[in-house]
Write a new protein. Structure first.
Length: 234
């Protein structure tokens, strides 16, 4: 049961501050547990907790305040954490620590398209801002290094742009870290190469004096160059 106690002095609400955060970097997708250390994060009381103990602690904090001269009470109220574009769900909070879990994408894996592009280039890394709000007071100025999530091995690609699920590249395609679209899509085998096995990081060259169209899937796709003949390749 909630209760209140009369407190003397003027309570001045100051903005929370962030001193450290762990980790200091993360991928743009995937679930990450984050710890913030700082000041004036307030008190967080989960459902079913002992409200009496919290009010006693609140009273103790307020007891040292003198009118207009001390940096206020550690605020007890609603809080939120946002990293880039994603909310970080608070799991535990004290006056100097916030623990939260972020699941939604922190940003798009691609940069904004430039004129003439149908989609932007893959954004390998960026700095994304953190915003912590405690009872309407903001803490900001802290950033995370956010990097693109890469599949564990070459030859695979991400199934979509909002998860960490990876799938093997289909036949006729490959993926490698050196490619511009890694890890969001596979690349067609280039002219005069083929790939008949899924999940590969390169393609195989056609035999000498034969050519094949991009994306070829088998050696049978390699055809003799003009002026050459083979009973095997046609």
């Amino acid at each position: 049961e909630l209760y209140s106690r009369q407190l003397s002095g003027k309570l001045v609400r100051l903005a929370p501050t962030i001193s450290t955060r762990l980790p200091t970097s993360m991928h743009e997708v995937g679930t990450v547990s984050v710890t913030f250390k700082g000041t004036r994060f307030g008190y967080y009381v989960p459902a079913g907790a002992n409200y009496s103990d919290t009010c006693d602690a609140w009273s103790t904090e307020a007891a040292t305040i003198t009118t207009g001269t001390q940096p206020a009470l550690r605020i007890y109220g609603s809080s939120s954490v946002v990293i880039g574009q994603a909310s970080c769900d608070i799991t535990e909070q004290t006056h100097d620590t916030i623990y939260c879990t972020v699941q939604d994408p922190r940003r798009s894996p691609r940069a904004t398209p430039t004129a003439g592009q149908w989609q932007g280039a893959i954004l390998r890394s960026s700095m994304e801002t953190v915003s912590i709000v405690v009872s309407g007071a903001h803490a900001s100025g802290v950033q995370f290094l956010v990097t693109i999530y890469e599949c564990p091995i070459e030859g695979y690609y991400r199934a979509d742009e909002v998860t960490t699920n990876c799938l093997p590249c289909p036949i006729g395609k490959y993926s490698a870290k050196s490619e511009a679209e890694w890890p969001l899509s596979c690349t067609d085998c280039p002219t005069s190469q083929f790939q008949g096995t899924a999940g590969q990081s390169s393609c195989t060259a056609c035999p000498a004096y034969t050519v094949a169209l991009p994306g070829s899937k088998a050696i049978a796709d390699c055809q003799c160059m003009r002026g050459y003949y083979s009973p095997v390749f046609g």
